[in-house]
Design a protein around this ligand. Structure first.
Ligand code: PLP
Length: 408
């Protein structure tokens, strides 16, 4: 044992987890000075017992809030029954989840994995397989600036943001990046080498960028005309977040391939790749996963999606999202340094005319509200989908008092 490595004792005696983390971890995250130990509904608590209203929601993951009883019960039951088997065998929870997602979407087949990046990797592999078999070997995928598709090398290449790419060049080949919300730009770079287009219905990580109403449909129609695949990354927008079960429903467009992750399992790591029958061209052995589709995460995801559908959570998201947006619009009237409120459902950004997001995040934290900085000059709100209007009031009151103190 290395000297001074009796970690648990050390941590308990110092009671300083944050100092310990700084020593132990690769420096990938700039974390806020807050150690969370417990959560319930839209609230979380730190080690001193201080309560916070959570408008980060695990980065749009905690769809049903923290420790929702339907998910906890499903996990408890499944953990006592069967946790993991490998995909060498059939297991029931993954088939139940598959059926639920397929019956409630425009897609026909599914592959289950463990994260968003992995779901998108699968989508790109499927599109390349399709290109090889049906499009004379076409392999290029068109992506957009300010997109976010994940952290693997290929998804870093697909992500149209230089800050993620530059540290890791050379990146895998085969991605062409064009302006978002501009169907003409996609048309201009489509060649016989193109096998698909990947888009977020609303760009999340890139700043909650909402495209024009006709964009997705126009890109879909173009893809169909050219015989290439229209891929929607609904990892952040899917499973009720924007006020419909999937965001594409609001745009009159249907993807050939769709990826899900974040909100799908209420916090357990699970991702999914769904495809229409016509492009489901994988053969056995061409793609796979050890943990993907394991009974435990699938039981949690099934409980999540079933609850969301049975209780019309998307309808609630639409109402509460509108309520929240209206309140933010009145803040915009009150504070001239707020330049824009944008988003759909409960994926909302508030933009400022100066780089004040860090300051705001810290000030809100002190007052018991957790929010996310999506850009130096913009905040992003992704609260649990079950948030009440009263909790929105509470958050807006805190935000207002913080904005007042910064104006003064
Ligand atoms: C978060 C996110 C991803 C990556 O998901 P991970 O689970 O972190 O790999 C991909 N696409 C979108 C749109 C996302 O929001």
């Amino acid at each position: 044992m290395k000297q001074g490595m009796r970690l648990e004792e050390q941590a308990l005696s110092h009671n300083n987890w944050q100092e310990l983390e700084q020593k132990l971890f690769l420096r990938t995250f700039s974390r806020l000075p807050l150690t969370l130990v417990r959560g319930q509904g839209a609230r979380v608590w730190d080690e001193q017992g201080k309560e916070y209203l959570d408008f980060v929601g695990g980065w749009a993951v905690n769809s049903l809030g923290h420790c929702p009883s339907v998910v906890v019960e499903a996990l408890e039951k499944q953990a006592k029954t069967l946790i993991q088997t490998s995909n060498q065998f059939y297991t029931i929870p993954q088939i139940e989840l598959a059926q639920l997602l397929i019956e409630n979407s425009c897609l026909d087949r599914i592959f289950l994995c463990n994260s968003g990046a992995e779901a998108n990797e699968g989508a790109v592999k499927l599109a390349r397989r399709y290109g090889k078999l049906r499009l004379n070997g076409a392999y290029e995928i068109i992506t957009t600036h300010s997109s976010f598709h994940g952290r693997t090398l290929a998804m870093t290449a697909a992500t149209g943001q230089n800050k993620f790419q530059e540290p890791y060049t050379p990146l895998p080949d085969g991605f062409v990046t064009v302006e978002y919300n501009n169907a003409e730009a996609i048309k201009r770079v489509t060649t016989t080498q193109t096998c698909g287009v990947i888009l977020e219905p609303i760009q999340g990580e890139g700043g909650v960028n909402v495209p024009g109403n006709g964009y997705l449909k126009e890109v879909q129609d173009w893809c169909h005309e050219k015989g290439i695949l229209f891929i929607l990354d609904e990892i952040q927008t899917g499973v009720g977040r924007t006020g419909t079960l999937f965001a594409y429903e609001q745009y009159g467009a249907e993807p050939d391939i769709m990826t899900l992750a974040k909100g799908l399992g209420s916090g357990v790591p699970i991702g999914a790749l769904l495809a229409k029958e016509g492009c489901s061209v994988f053969s056995p052995g061409e793609h796979g996963s050890t943990f993907g589709g394991n009974p435990l995460t699938c039981a949690a995801a099934y409980a999540t999606v079933k609850h969301i559908i049975d209780n019309d959570i998307p309808g609630k998201v639409k109402r509460v999202g509108k309520y929240f947006t209206t309140k933010l619009e009145s803040l915009k009237q009150e504070f001239d340094f707020i330049t824009q409120v944008r988003g759909r459902g409960l994926l909302i950004a508030l933009e400022f005319n100066r780089e004040m997001a860090d300051e705001l995040v810290t000030a809100c934290l002190r007052k018991g509200l957790l929010v996310n900085k999506v850009k130096p000059n913009a905040l992003r709100f992704m609260p649990p989908l079950i948030i009440s209007e009263k909790e929105v009031d509470e958050a807006v009151d805190i935000l207002e008092s913080v904005l007042m103190s910064l104006r003064a």
